[in-house]
Design a binder for this molecule. Structure first.
Ligand SMILES: [Zn+2]
Length: 239
């Protein structure tokens, strides 16, 4: 086909812009912050689950601690009552003996409760320690995600701007190109996923490097200044 020189220059400019848009989109897609954000969120989910388990463990330990405390307080109250009864018995031997046995029972149980209390206390200390670590991990992960997001918005914003301005520019350019030429270009670009126009270099296609048979080349040149590469099918600028 024969293409006006100005149109040819515009076509090459359009390709240049399109490639810039493609590159910017690809870089946007591959920004490492994307993976970092995703990783921080995934880790956060796992740590959150751990936090929930720890909270349940702690609530359970707290409950047991409260139960032991209640039982101990009740026993202390009973001890006081029985002791008062002993004091009031004024040496009634049988009554004192029975009450003393009761007191012994209370004391033993309270000693056992004290040991239990200490054990639960240690357990709580361990849980609180891990809870502290988990809280720190969550803070660190939040910070990681925040920093990655901030950097993504900044870098991504620049790339999005390139895409946005490129698309505006290509729309303007495309509207001034002859329809048929634009359609060929769009079709070829869609098929090749990038470079749609090559320049002839010597006797080879500048895009796929394939040498074109001389007779064929003369034919192509006879038909105009833009042909189609017989190897890769791209538009080939022949002049
Ligand atoms: Zn080619």
């Amino acid at each position: 086909m024969r293409v006006d020189t100005d149109d040819l220059a515009m076509l090459l400019k359009l390709q240049h812009i399109d490639l810039e848009i493609l590159r910017a989109k690809k870089r946007l897609e591959e920004l490492p912050q994307r993976a970092a954000i995703l990783e921080a969120r995934t880790k956060r989910k796992a740590v959150e689950q751990k936090r929930v388990r720890l909270d349940a463990l702690r609530a359970d330990a707290d409950q047991r601690l409260a139960n032991v405390g209640d039982e101990d307080a009740a026993l202390a109250e009973k001890q006081r009552r029985v002791q008062a009864e002993i004091d009031e018995a004024h040496g009634d031997y049988r009554s004192v003996e029975a009450r003393s046995k009761e007191l012994d029972g209370f004391a033993k149980r309270r000693a056992a409760l004290e040991a239990e209390l200490a054990a639960i206390g240690e357990e709580l200390e361990r849980i609180e320690g891990v809870q502290g670590q988990v809280a720190q991990m969550l803070v660190a992960l939040d910070e990681k995600e925040r920093a990655a997001t901030e950097s993504f918005v900044k870098e991504g914003g620049v790339l999005k701007d390139v895409v946005f301005r490129g698309e505006a520019e290509r729309t303007a350019l495309a509207s001034s190109l002859p329809e048929e030429l634009l359609a060929s270009y769009e079709k070829t670009a869609a098929r090749t996923g990038g470079v749609a126009v090559g320049r002839l270099q010597g006797e080879s296609c500048g895009a796929c490097r394939m040498a074109i048979e001389r007779g064929r080349l003369i034919d192509m040149k006879g038909q105009g200044n833009v042909g189609v590469c017989p190897q890769c099918g791209r538009l080939l600028v022949l002049e």
